[in-house]
Write a protein that binds this ligand. Structure first.
Ligand SMILES: Nc1ncnc2c1ncn2[C@@H]1O[C@H](COP(=O)(O)OP(=O)(O)O)[C@@H](O)[C@H]1O
Ligand SMILES: CC(=O)N[C@@H](CCC(=O)OP(=O)(O)O)C(=O)O
Length: 301
């Protein structure tokens, strides 16, 4: 046999390993067929172009194997960078950006740019995506959110989420890509919404099977300074205990609190994943152990 037509043992092992990976994914593919998955996309995975393209490729694969992905994106770091360019420092109260009229203008412009760049990447991969914000079709109706009793400007708290536009897009085979800007329920003004809050509200409104957060840490830790203490699975009660005992703090605290609420109101599972890891979505969804933290109501199988 000619040398280039021979399959050596090494390459045969690699081919078999690939087949094994696909077989391992089979029960998950069957289980999640036709199910809705909200991916909250933000943090570092959003700043690095290579990671960004990999996230979009993973979402494309989810769609092509029959799931119904919805992306809710952030862009906080980019908003801060653009504000700096116009000589404005960013100010946060309890993780929420103080948003005056000018800041809102910048946030809306930057989020729109981020939104369309994600849509373009989808297009490049041959998928149909539509970029909208919470303003479109009254998707996210909000009221002014106070932080610790303090007025922090045009920051929105979601009062109602109308999933009609999402249903319509999905029914026509589009992937919805959503920017966290809402519309005031009383004043019809634009409001800046924390992207985690927007993702939770949307996942709840559409009864998502999964809500996935791509964040800047591997998952939830018993002790964030000790990397061996990553929690790979917990139920809502355990999550609540971690909050009550003070184990969880920082940005993870509002995230987890929101997730528990979303799960009590219809979302079946939440995943916290490290968005800096290439193909983290596929690794979490389609392998037995997963890579981050899953919060569940009941075991999957
Ligand atoms: N027990 C914990 N497990 C994981 N992260 C924690 C924990 N306690 C506090 N944190 C903090 O929460 C942060 C994640 O939240 P956040 O910074 O808001 O994420 P993002 O900006 O990606 O949305 C981590 O970087 C970490 O510093
Ligand atoms: C009110 C509020 O804080 N809104 C956020 C919206 C973007 C966001 O949440 O982006 P990340 O998910 O990338 O942090 C902000 O202006 O930064």
């Amino acid at each position: 046999m000619e040398e280039n037509k021979m399959v050596n043992n090494d390459s045969m092992d690699m081919i078999l390993a690939k087949a094994q990976t696909l077989i391992e994914a089979l029960p998950y593919i069957q289980k999640f067929n036709g199910k809705r998955v909200v991916v909250k996309y933000g943090g570092s995975a959003m700043v690095d172009e290579n990671l960004k393209y990999n996230v979009i490729k993973d979402v494309a694969l989810l769609k092509l194997i029959g799931m119904e992905p919805i992306i809710v994106h952030g862009g906080g770091k980019e908003i801060s960078a653009w504000l700096k360019k116009i000589g404005k420092e960013s100010e946060f109260v309890n993780g929420l950006r103080v948003t005056d009229e000018e800041t809102l203008d910048v946030a809306e412009m930057v989020l729109s740019k981020v939104n369309k760049s994600l849509v373009s990447m989808m297009q490049k991969l041959g998928l149909k995506a539509v970029g909208i914000s919470g303003k479109d079709s009254g998707l996210l109706k909000v009221q002014k959110k106070l932080s610790g009793g303090k007025d922090i400007g045009y920051v929105g708290e979601v009062v109602s989420a109308d999933p009609t536009i999402i249903d319509t897009l999905i029914a026509n085979d589009f992937i919805p890509v959503i920017a966290p800007i809402g519309i005031g329920i009383d004043d019809y003004h634009g409001y800046n919404i924390n992207a985690d809050d927007a993702a939770c509200a949307i996942a709840t409104a559409i009864n998502a099977e999964k809500l996935v957060f791509l964040t800047d840490i591997e998952g939830v830790f018993v002790d964030p300074t000790d990397k061996t203490t990553l929690i790979s699975e917990m139920d809502i009660n355990e999550a609540q205990e971690f909050i009550d005992s003070g184990v969880v703090g920082g940005g993870m605290l509002p995230k987890l609190t929101n997730c528990i609420e979303a799960m009590k109101n219809g979302v079946a599972r939440v995943h916290m994943l490290d968005g800096r890891v290439e193909h983290c979505l596929l690794l979490e969804f389609f392998t037995e152990k997963g890579i981050g933290t899953a919060i569940l109501k009941e075991p999957l199988f």
